[in-house]
Structures are given as structure tokens and as C-alpha cells.
Design a protein around this ligand. Sequence first.
Ligand code: SF4
Length: 480
Amino acid sequence: MNIYLSKEIGKYEIEAVLKIFFSDEKFCFLLPVNDVIGNYIRIDITNSIIIKVEIDNKTLERSEQLKETQKENILTACRALYEILSGITGTKSDWGILTGIRPVKKINGYLAEGLSFEHIRDKLYKEYLVSEEKIRLAYLTSEIQSKYIPIKENNTFSLYIGIPFCPSRCSYCSFVSHSIASKSAWKMTDEYVEKLLKELSITAEITKDLGLKLTTIYIGGGTPTALNPAQISAIMEKTAKLFNISDVFEYTVEAGRADTISEEKLRIIKANGATRISINPQTLNDDVLKKIGRNHTSKDFYNAYNMAVKLGFDNINTDLIAGLPGDDIGSFCQTIDGIIKLSPKNITIHTLTLKRASKLSNFTELYNESEVIHRMSEYSFRKITENGYAPYYLYRQKNNIGNGENVGYAKSGYESMYNIYIMEEKQTIIACGAGGSTKIFEAEHDKLTRIFNYKYPYEYISKFDEVLKRKQKIYDYYSK
Ligand code: SF4
């Protein structure tokens, strides 16, 4: 679709609004011309703000008065465009036109300016068209986080260890994860672990030299428990030997899929100091599990969960997904109720994300119903908070279906600090392994600098010298 914008309008904000309604459409941004045919949108900010939308021979036009600043003009144009397109398509977003920024960050920014809750609510509701419900969710999350941030420490860090392997690939997966279902793919894991141990050694040397104190560890994936017991043991033992883990107050292992969890692996994880694990059913509906290609049943999940409890894991997270194909509101609510009955310390509700890498994006029966996501999200927020949990981190992704969000809920005192650090970008996170990115936090300037590792395990292995070279850059940033 052609979008005509007068010169001084940033296309970024306008495109973000358009994506709410036409997620698959390609837009061509042009300067306004006089003779236009077909579907188009035209926005002029000159003596007034004029928005003209021509879709299927229907023309809608709106005019608004100029505001004091160009930023306000653009915001007004975005609001008017949203209202026009919402009227035409019948689609509404609970997050209104709040795009491209983390909602909690926005609220934290307003709080830092000294704005009251009423003032913030008014701004988000009237200027950004965010629903009352989402304002409450974001505000509650910000309140919980305020117990832990601002963190102004330049001398601490968290360690991320990436294991980008899974026993098979779920059809909705949009992560960088390699299926090790075949023998040849499995072979790669030994070399990967060997390189990873080397990277951990180098990282430990660097952080020791710089006098950095390790506070949290997160072994994520992929599915770290897709590795065999010896490999898991090698990684965790080496980590404990290399780093001073006496100051580590949170150590998470994302066990993930129930089909990879065994008593032996859980014992290794516990013996090596993990304080928190994730066991992720995504749904308790077996038909849906089958449809999304996860090779486990809800019974497998319950077995793995109960085994972990029996072995003494008292801080367990369970990830669920709203909007899975084949799921419906009734079955999603049953999943929420079933998980609440287990009383895990953390429950994370994701909204399905569809990226091009996912096999699901080729499915014809795609969920694109903001109403379904709205109801799932509303139910999970209500039920989970009624049962003693509070939201403590929240983020949105470009490709969340139905303009939904991802929310981490926790019982008081069990909020994952690693998740808060990574979401709010308030601590240095050093990543080892494929797919990770190191983020160096400069407290004085509230700024993050990133150093990327290679995405895929085969790249990580073949370009390992470059991985180690990039690690040395950590010195440069700290010596500045
Ligand atoms: S378990 Fe997670 S990372 Fe692995 S394939 Fe499934 S969605 Fe992707």
C-alpha cells in the first residue's frame, strides 16, 4: 500500500500504527502527489494535520489542529490514523498506539518526571489510547519493579549461558534453536560444549581482571536439558569452578520441555547450585501440544514438575502461551486453572509470536483475533493475581498476535532478578554461547552497549576465534 507523508513526518511511528491493522502488508512511503489511484493513506502536516484514507473506494478524511511541537503533531496524526483504521477494520489494540517502547519503561520515565498515577493514566489513556486494563497491568508491574530498581552498580554482572538445541522443533518456534533429533545434528553438541567451556574460561578471566561480581546466572535456550547428563554436568561444574558463585543469589536453568527432563539431570542441576528452574508446558491441552509439534503430553509435564518438587526445587517457573493454534478460550482457561493448582512460584504468560522463521507462519488457519487474545490475557491476569501473584516484568514483541504481550507473574519475593535486569536494561549481562548478546551497562549514562555472539551453533563453532576476539571488547568498554 502506498503511504504519502509530508517530508517532516517520521515514517517509523506511522508504520508502527499501520502494522497493528495490516501486519502482513508491505508499505511504500512516498512524498505526497496530486493524482493518486487505488488504496492509499495520505498524511500532511502543514497548516493543519490532515489524514486521508482511501480503502476499497471508501474515503475517510480527518483534520486536526496543529499542536505546539512536531512530536505532538505526529502523536495526533497517529491517534487519528488509528481511530480511522479501527473504524474501518473493526480491530482494536489494547495497547492503543503505544508501540516501539516497553510500557513499563514509559511509566518509569513518567514517574521519574514526578507524574502522579492519575496523570500517567490520563496520558496513556488519552494520548496513547491504552486500555484501562493494560494501564493497570503496566503500572502494577512498575510498582513491583520499583522495589528492585534503579540499580546503579557498575561492578556487578549476570551471566547468560546459551544452549541453542532442542529435541525437535516446535512448529511455532521463532527462536534460534537447532533440532538435534538427527544423529548428525546431535554430534555437533560435543564440539559446542567444548567451545562453550572455553568461552566461559575466557569470560571468567576477563570478569576477574575487571573486578566484576557475579550476581545471577541464567542457562537458557533452546532447551538446556536437551543435552545429556554429562554435558550438563560439565557446563555447570565448570561454571561453579570458574566463577565465584558465593554472591550469586539467583541461578536459573531453563529445563523447558518435559520430554528432556529426567531425575538424573534434575539432580545434577540441583547439586550444581541452581535455585530456580523452568518447566514449560505451554498448554495442558494434549491435542494442542500435538498440533504444535511438542513431543510430550500434559502428563509428562506433571511428572517432570512433581519430580522437581520432590527433589527440592521450590522456585519453579512455568511458561504458557496464549493463542496457540487449536487452542480456544475455554481450554486456555483450563490450563491457567491447572497451573495455578500446582502453585509454582512463577507463571509466565506469553502471547504467540509469529516470525518468518516459524513453520506456523505458513499455516492458513492463523490466529489473528485480538478479541481472543484480549480475553485470554484478561482471564490470566485476573485469575493469576487473585491467587497471590503479581506481574513483575512485561514486554511486547512486534509479532505478538492480536497485539498481545508477555507477562511474568511471581509470588512475592520470587521475582526473577535476571528477568528484571534483562527487561529493564539495568545491569551488565555477559552472554556465552550461540545466540547470546553481551550487554554492558553504564550506570552513569544509563546506556547499554551490545556485543553479539553468532546466532547459530554451527557459526559459533566455525567462527569461534572471532567469538573470543569479540569477548576482549569487554575490556575496552570498562577501561573507558
Ligand atoms: S522448546 Fe522452545 S526453543 Fe525449542 S523448539 Fe520449542 S519453542 Fe523453540
